[in-house]
Design a binder for this molecule. Structure first.
Ligand code: C2O
Ligand code: CU
Length: 468
């Protein structure tokens, strides 16, 4: 396994490195037994420009955590060491992983303070993924616990530089410290979730990055925010979307003038032609005003004009379409939240009214149940084709995430979706429905939840079972 330290590994990395100028992040300490260690520790770091230090929770002292980089079909070996005073665990978001290594409360016991856990798995798909805790996620992710997991293609695109851009928004007090009062705030959880007021890219405010003008550029964007839906503009370039949530599109697609929308947990790989224009990354705020969040200087002479086609990335083996004839859809009705009129729901097996739900930190329900259920939402046999109808009867968008699989979104409000791309996290608008399909080819217990972490904590969480 290689972390992001090619500058130090020039000799060995040169044989397969796709890039030489990835921003230098501190590397994880690889122990002598081949495990990369991710040690959680609290460190003071300035997040707000000119502000006080915030007390971050970090993997190995840095935010984001070290970028973990392997090639497709390589083994990932990570030892998580919990230096917090509360339990944690590590989830590998978007990886079609061996269930035992998924790092969810369905698959392992929490890693207690001072204890460690070893994750060993093979990365089945090339693409852009990430890792984050899966217990107290709203608090732990908000404090800075997340990092990129990059699985390189066996033959990465030629002559292409790449930059990983880990995006987050933080809810800071005026002095720059992390707003603690809002953590666990039920009102926030019943609205859009914890939206931040300060944006960082790779842990920095408005960083200026560099990439050579005479190579194409691949941007790997990862939305690690607790709840913010990002609407990203890429100025100074005409990007092509090459992959979403790690999975390549059949053909690359020009982004055009519309912003790139990424729900929490979502990723996109963008390809940009050679050229010397400065690239400005901006996020549209709630009022549709672009907030500049990062700059990329393209250095040197771009050489001859780059007009050639932007080739698709090699697919990971997911089919282009799915035949769902004869499959009975399973319906997941999403209810609750502010302006939702939810009267009550089942909570740990008991019918309770809204007031009691709120007293228990709950505001949302899936099929009338708030929080985890004993029974899975769907019981499938390995190899089954499954169709899920997500019916969002709430006044809020949600980012539905299924573990261990990618799903193919087919329709929105019963109308076929023009671009059907494999996703592990689908963003749904308020009061809408979406049909998704997938092949349940990965046995185990898999969580299905909203990736707005406060929504998840406040009830939007269930699971599916895939039997061998
Ligand atoms: Cu990225 Cu269940 O999570
Ligand atoms: Cu949600």
């Amino acid at each position: 396994m290689r972390l992001n330290r090619r500058h130090m590994l020039a000799g060995t990395a040169a044989t397969f490195a796709v890039t030489g100028g990835v921003p230098v992040m501190l590397q994880a300490e690889a122990a002598s037994d081949g495990f990369t260690e991710l040690k959680i520790r609290k460190v003071p770091r300035v997040i707000l420009e000119g502000g006080k230090e915030a007390r971050l929770w970090t993997y190995n002292g840095i935010n984001p955590g070290p970028e973990i980089r392997v090639r497709r079909h390589d083994q990932v070996k990570v030892r998580l060491i919990n230096g917090l005073d509360e339990p944690t665990m590590l989830h590998w978001h978007g990886i079609r992983i061996d269930n035992a290594m998924d790092g969810s409360p369905l698959t392992q016991n929490p890693v207690q303070p001072g204890e460690s856990f070893e994750y060993v798995f093979t990365a089945p798909d090339a693409g852009t993924y990430w890792y984050h805790p899966h217990i107290n996620s709203s608090r732990q992710v908000e404090h800075g616990l997340y990092g990129a997991l990059i699985v390189e293609e066996k033959q990465p695109p030629a002559d292409t530089e790449e930059l990983t851009l880990v995006l987050d928004d933080w809810l800071l007090n005026d002095d720059g410290t992390i707003n603690q009062k809002a953590i666990g705030d039920i009102r926030m959880a019943a609205h859009a979730g914890r939206l931040g007021n300060w944006f960082t890219v790779n842990g920095k405010s408005r960083p200026r990055l560099a990439a050579p003008a005479n190579r194409r550029l691949r941007l790997r964007l990862i939305n690690c925010a607790n709840a913010r839906v990002m609407n990203l503009q890429i100025k100074g370039a005409e990007p092509f979307v090459a992959a979403l949530d790690g999975q390549p599109l059949i053909e690359t697609r020009a982004l055009g003038t519309s912003p790139l929308q990424l729900g929490p947990g979502g990723r996109a790989d963008l390809m940009i032609r050679r050229g010397s224009d400065e690239i400005v990354l901006a996020n549209l705020n709630q009022n549709n005003e672009p907030l500049e969040v990062a700059y990329i200087d393209r250095t040197g002479d771009p050489g001859a004009a780059d007009t050639g086609p932007i080739a698709a990335l090699p697919v990971n083996g997911l089919p282009a379409t799915l035949d769902i004839a004869g499959v009975t859809p399973s319906e997941l009705v999403m209810e609750g939240g502010a302006m939702g009129g939810l009267a009550g729901a089942k909570l740990r097996g008991r019918d309770v009214d809204m007031r009691e739900l709120v007293q228990n930190g709950m505001a949302w329900a899936f099929n009338g149940v708030a929080g985890m259920t004993e029974e899975p939402f769907a019981s499938l046999k390995k190899g089954d084709t499954a169709v899920f109808d997500f019916v969002n009867k709430t006044a809020w968008p949600h980012a539905m995430h299924l573990h261990g699989h990618h799903v193919l979104p087919l329709t929105i409000d019963d109308r076929p979706i023009a671009n059907q791309d494999w996703r592990d996290t689908v963003l749904m608008s308020a009061n809408s429905s979406m049909r998704v399909a997938f092949v349940a080819d990965n046995p185990g217990k898999w969580m299905l939840h909203c990736h707005m972490l406060e929504h998840q904590a406040a009830g939007m969480m269930t699971w599916i079972n895939v039997e061998i």
